[in-house]
Design a protein around this ligand. Structure first.
Ligand code: GLV
Ligand code: GLV
Length: 338
């Protein structure tokens, strides 16, 4: 019953997520965070209507053909990203693919903002210093970082998350932190526009910019990534809350070593769960384990959407199956019989 997904409280007031976290803790303690293909095949077995999967799993020919053979028609990633899914293979086997956009927009944008602040103000280094018992009293030069006020932000990919237009979303929060104009010399404060330079990877993503696609005057659309980088004060902080492979991590490590004043905040890695050698030792990097969407509200929303994507397809509830379909144009009539 899909409505059971919407009943959040268990008998003792705990939510589905609390129970999920409990088993995650058990899984983590057994160091089995990712199911190998053989385990997923065993779970699919001979009869399986649909699957909710994770972005750590490789959903392609092998798994989709097994799901089809087991009578399945639906798969949903419990993620907005679906770079782990071979949509062509899903189409070939007539599997509807879902993802979970919307519920993680602000949570992810806030993490990106948090990483900017943590990296700029050296919060993690300072925390480690404190815990190591090294603090002996206030000093003028203790953990001096960068002031964000006056910096120009470059947003590479101003889609749902990059341009999140909820009033509390991060970029606007950064605006309120004072990402406007250019401080330059403190004595000659001038406000300059624009203060956010953004790149759209596709015209269709423009729909997410606030004011119905009309960017606020403080947002400047750049034509190329190079232009964003020229506009932005990238030498202050680089943040990645999208996917690891968009950054050449080994090159980043070299750059961080050579430029101690350059700081990064990373949520994702080129070869998860691993970091490139050297990164862990660098004080000018703040690193967190792919937790950009990890607010309780968002994770419950992602789980619910993923369940509705799968149940909507299996039970034929179009109202639930349509909005989050990655392959809405799947032509099921052309498929071989099951
Ligand atoms: C997380 O990385 C997601 O794509 O939802
Ligand atoms: C710092 O605590 C100050 O008073 O300047």
């Amino acid at each position: 019953d899909p409505r059971s997904c919407l009943q959040p409280k268990g008998a003792h007031g705990e939510t589905h997520l609390d129970r999920g976290m409990e088993s995650q803790r058990q899984i983590c303690s057994e160091k089995k965070t990712i199911l190998p293909v053989e385990d997923i095949l065993a779970l699919i077995g001979d009869k399986c209507d649909g699957v909710i999967g994770q972005l750590t799993e490789d959903w392609g020919e092998v798994l989709f053909s097994a799901l089809r053979k087991a009578g399945g028609t639906a798969f949903s990633n419990m993620a907005v990203g679906y770079n782990n899914v071979d949509v062509n293979a899903a189409n070939k086997h007539g599997i509807a693919v879902g993802n979970t956009p919307g519920v993680l927009t602000e949570t992810t944008a806030e993490l990106a903002a948090s990483l900017s602040l943590a990296a700029a103000r050296r919060i993690v280094e300072a925390d480690q210093f404190m815990r190591a018992g090294l603090y002996e009293g206030w000093l003028p030069h203790l953990y001096v970082g960068n002031l964000l006020k006056g910096q120009t932000v470059g947003v590479i990919g101003a889609g749902r998350i990059g341009s999140a237009n909820d009033p509390i979303e991060s970029i606007h929060k950064l605006e309120r932190f004072g990402y406007f104009g250019n401080v330059g010399d403190l004595s000659t404060w001038v406000q300059q526009e624009p203060h956010i330079s953004y790149l759209l990877f596709s015209e269709s993503y423009g729909q997410f910019l606030k004011d119905n696609g009309e960017q606020p005057v403080t947002w400047k659309r750049a034509a190329t990534m190079e232009e964003v980088l020229r506009d932005a004060d990238v030498e202050a902080v680089l943040v990645n809350a999208s996917r690891g492979p968009v950054i050449d991590e080994a090159a980043l490590v070299e750059h961080l070593k050579a430029n101690p004043m350059f700081r990064v905040g990373l949520d994702v890695y080129e070869d998860e769960p691993f970091m490139k050698p050297g990164l862990a030792e660098l004080k000018n990097a703040v690193v967190v384990p792919h937790i950009a969407s990890a607010s309780k509200w968002t994770r419950e929303g992602m789980a619910t959407l993923a369940a509705l994507n799968v149940l909507g397809k299996i039970k034929g509830y179009p109202i639930w199956s349509d909005p989050n379909r990655v392959n809405p144009f799947l032509d099921e009539s052309s498929l071989p019989p099951q």
